[in-house]
Design a protein around this ligand. Structure first.
Ligand SMILES: Nc1nc2c(c(=O)[nH]1)N[C@H]1C(S)=C(S)[C@@H](COP(=O)(O)OP(=O)(O)OC[C@H]3O[C@@H](n4cnc5c(=O)[nH]c(N)nc54)[C@H](O)[C@@H]3O)O[C@H]1N2
Ligand SMILES: Nc1nc2c(c(=O)[nH]1)N[C@H]1C(S)=C(S)[C@@H](COP(=O)(O)OP(=O)(O)OC[C@H]3O[C@@H](n4cnc5c(=O)[nH]c(N)nc54)[C@H](O)[C@@H]3O)O[C@H]1N2
Ligand code: SF4
Ligand SMILES: [Mo]
Length: 679
């Protein structure tokens, strides 16, 4: 029997782990570890180990489906593509091109995302967005404003060079498990690990110092640390003078602030804040890791800017082991943003609101006209649909009916559309609302490149043919374009990559030959022969003037405070064996077996008061609705706080859709709730 090993990438998170698919007679039958992969060194977490349960899953969508009443009918690709083109064209004609909304998929490759935003814009709609809106949009705009580039500053393996690892609002041990190996490597070399998280987590177990912060008070904590750094002469004056702007304003804003005030506001003892500040500032190289505990707040953008500011004043930037690591979520969310799958940006972060960007792409795409942005964000598209301004949507590889905050609103918005296309690998809650469901090839069934959280761009080749009649996303988008009289020049992923090389400066030298080698290349890689870039901002920042912009911001309260009626703060987040909507992991038997149902963690003090016992079915209610969940009574959450994973649809019935005013991200991490035993 002939056995073949084909290199592949994990389709889940943005660590970008590599492995080999074992093929027998053209079928994927196993996974073999890839020991020389630069980010994962052969490691895979439980989800990566279980990828075949998804690829070969019997539930995969296999045929195009058209809705008739509550039923779905199998149709041919000819009919499906005609229907898709007609539905989009009809709405563009009757309601104008700005009535079209597009969601690009951060689970899909760069070439597919590039082509989808090109289709949207060539049709005259600026409304293209992706799940980064719900995730790291504060990083793209906030870190972009401070450092010039809204991406991870160093590579992952470089964490081993840190003497101090400060992880704030990230539970990487569950959400990016393979990163733990690099943190462990640093610990073995003597590094101190500081974790700021309200909960006890698998990550906080690794910490030398756990700051159990009150949710929503990160700016106060960071300002407390800055106060210590400035007052104790630990600021890096040379770095501040040579490479930054705005330090005087920061000093002025800290003048009336005190460590004691920070302690009161955050609930973290003053001594611990001071210790954290000293360890972070004094270490020869410190890394700052952050994730959704920082971004998913109404002050998400300010949180990000304050994290970056701490790193700047301590001079912990632009060297091995020193920098800021925003832990990106999806396997290709970095790439999707790079490709212009965002309302604010054309490809390569050219602002969609600037006429020069439009002119550049008019020339590149030989287009007579293109829309000036910014387009509507995904969260704004929901509102616009409810107001009758968005009438048709084309959603690829996203499940907003499970993952948006306050999903009853999203459901109503999608119900009000004239026409909805969903392109998926499984029948999701969102696909169930579509007029047309298009079955897509999964990662191992198509060619293309993915950009991981460390800006690592890696190309994989199709290893197996798509299931049933499923098609590569690129082909589907290209065919819809053709039927609308648009030549997207997307006949192959290779052809699209060549266009990306020309239009996205960071990807200029990323040819297929180069990025299909083990580990690919890290952007920026402006021309062929360029080795790629592991560490950003070594000599200058990528702001127009080359200097970083120190931010002086003060904390703002969350949108929802507790009240006698809703006395508990509900936070939502992740567990290791499930992934986002759960549309994949809940279909993966080995993963579902480990965590089969929705639960909520409650502190024993609250549980005693509410007469809730471990294992009871409880009702968690907010002003938006209620969710049933199994109670877990545990000191992992603070009194007055509850935690629920969001991998089951019920969770987002109750979450808050209050938005950060700049990045438009919802405040998933704080909703006022009450909990009672289900009668
Ligand atoms: N297993 C698994 N892995 C995943 C995913 C998944 O669904 N499952 N999803 C991927 C995606 S899309 C993303 S974006 C990442 C997200 O990865 P993470 O952001 O690490 O995951 P979360 O659990 O959402 O939140 C991280 C931590 O923030 C803490 N937190 C909550 N509120 C606050 C606060 O106010 N301040 C501070 N300092 N901390 C707070 C929570 O207690 C939690 O432990 O994970 C990726 N990886
Ligand atoms: N309560 C709460 N809600 C949250 C969060 C939270 O912390 N708390 N976090 C938010 C965050 S950070 C994020 S990123 C969002 C995630 O929100 P989504 O992006 O909607 O979540 P996913 O489950 O990753 O959805 C991706 C879909 O793509 C499909 N897919 C996978 N591969 C392919 C492919 O090759 N082609 C196609 N066409 N489809 C494919 C999968 O089946 C899946 O249904 O959720 C947000 N929602
Ligand atoms: S850490 Fe992320 S990329 Fe690596 S195996 Fe796990 S889910 Fe996949
Ligand atoms: Mo995310």
């Amino acid at each position: 029997m002939s056995t073949k090993l084909v290199p592949s990438l994990c389709p889940y998170c943005a660590v970008g782990c590599g492995y080999y698919l074992i093929l027998e007679r053209g079928k994927a039958v196993g996974v073999e570890y890839m020991k020389d992969h630069p980010a994962s060194e052969g490691a895979l977490c439980p989800k990566g180990n279980a990828v075949l349960e998804i690829l070969n899953n019997g539930d995969r969508l296999k045929y195009p489906l058209k809705r008739r009443g509550d039923e779905y009918m199998r149709i041919s690709w000819e009919e499906a593509l005609d229907l898709a083109a007609e539905g989009l064209a009809r709405n563009a004609r009757v309601n104008g091109p700005r009535s079209l909304g597009f969601l690009a998929s951060s689970r899909c490759n760069n070439e597919e995302n590039y082509l989808l935003q090109k289709l949207a814009r060539l049709l005259g709609s600026p409304n293209i967005d992706n799940c980064a809106r719900l995730c790291h949009s504060p990083t793209v705009v906030g870190l972009g404003a401070v450092l010039g580039t809204g991406a991870m500053t160093n590579n992952l393996a470089d964490l081993k060079n840190s003497g101090c690892i400060f992880a704030i609002g990230t539970n990487f041990a569950e959400a990016h498990p393979v990163v733990s190996r690099w943190v462990q490597r640093a610990k073995e070399r003597g590094a101190k690990v500081i974790v700021a998280d309200p909960r006890i987590t698998s990550t906080s177990w690794m910490a030398d110092l756990h700051l159990r912060i009150k949710p929503g008070t990160d700016i106060d904590l960071l300002r407390g640390m800055m106060k210590v750094i400035v007052d104790e002469g630990l600021a890096d004056d040379k770095f501040i003078k040579g490479r930054t702007e705005g330090f005087e304003e920061l000093q002025a804003s800290l003048r009336g602030y005190s460590l004691e005030k920070a302690a009161t506001l955050t609930g973290v003892p003053a001594g611990d804040i001071a210790r954290a500040a000293r360890i972070y500032a004094r270490s020869p190289a410190s890394s700052l890791l952050y994730c959704m505990g920082i971004t998913q707040h109404v002050c998400g953008t300010d949180n990000v800017k304050t994290c970056a500011t701490l790193a700047l004043i301590a001079g912990q930037m632009g060297r091995p082991g020193a920098g800021v690591w925003p832990m990106r979520g999806q396997n290709n969310v970095q790439g999707n943003c790079d490709m212009g799958g965002m309302a604010e940006f054309y490809p390569g972060y050219r602002r969609s609101s600037e006429p020069e960007s439009v002119e550049f792409f008019k020339a590149a795409w030989e287009a007579e006209d293109l829309p000036l942005g910014p387009g509507l964000t995904s969260t704004e598209m929901t509102e616009a649909a409810l107001e009758g301004k968005i009438k048709a949507m084309y959603i690829i590889g996203e499940d907003p009916v499970t993952c948006d905050a306050n999903i009853n609103k999203t459901k109503a918005a999608l119900e009000s559309l004239d026409f909805l296309i969903v392109q998926e690998i499984f029948m999701t809650a969102t696909a169930r609302m579509a007029d047309l469901v298009l079955p897509a090839a999964a990662w191992a069934e198509k060619d293309g490149s993915y950009t991981s959280m460390e800006r690592r761009v890696q190309w994989i080749y199709r290893a197996v043919p798509p299931v049933g009649e499923a098609k590569e996303g690129l082909w589907i988008i290209n065919e819809i374009g053709k039927r609308m009289g648009i030549d997207l020049k997307g006949d192959s992923a290779d052809q699209v990559l060549k266009e990306i090389n020309r239009t996205v400066p960071q990807y200029g030298g990323m040819t297929r030959e180069r990025i299909s080698k083990r580990g690919g290349l890290l952007w920026p890689c402006p021309e062929e022969g360029h080795p790629g870039t592991e560490i950003l901002h070594r000599d200058r920042f990528s702001t127009p003037g080359g200097r970083a912009n120190i931010a002086s911001v003060e904390n703002r309260p969350p949108a929802e405070e507790t009240s006698p009626e809703y006395p508990i703060i509900l936070s939502t987040g992740r567990i290791v064996v499930h992934y986002n909507s759960g549309s994949m992991t809940r279909r993966s038997p080995s993963l579902l077996d480990r965590d089969p149902e929705l639960y909520v963690e409650i502190n024993p003090e609250d549980a005693a008061r509410l007469l809730i016992c471990e294992g009871d079915m409880v009702k968690v209610e907010t002003i938006r609705g209620q969710a049933g969940a199994r109670a877990r009574v545990t000191e992992k959450v603070l009194p007055g706080m509850a935690f629920m994973p969001f991998h089951w649809q019920a969770a987002n019935v109750i979450t808050s859709d209050a938005l950060d005013p700049v990045a438009k991200i919802p405040e998933y991490k704080m909703a006022a709730c009450r909990i009672s035993v289900k009668s």
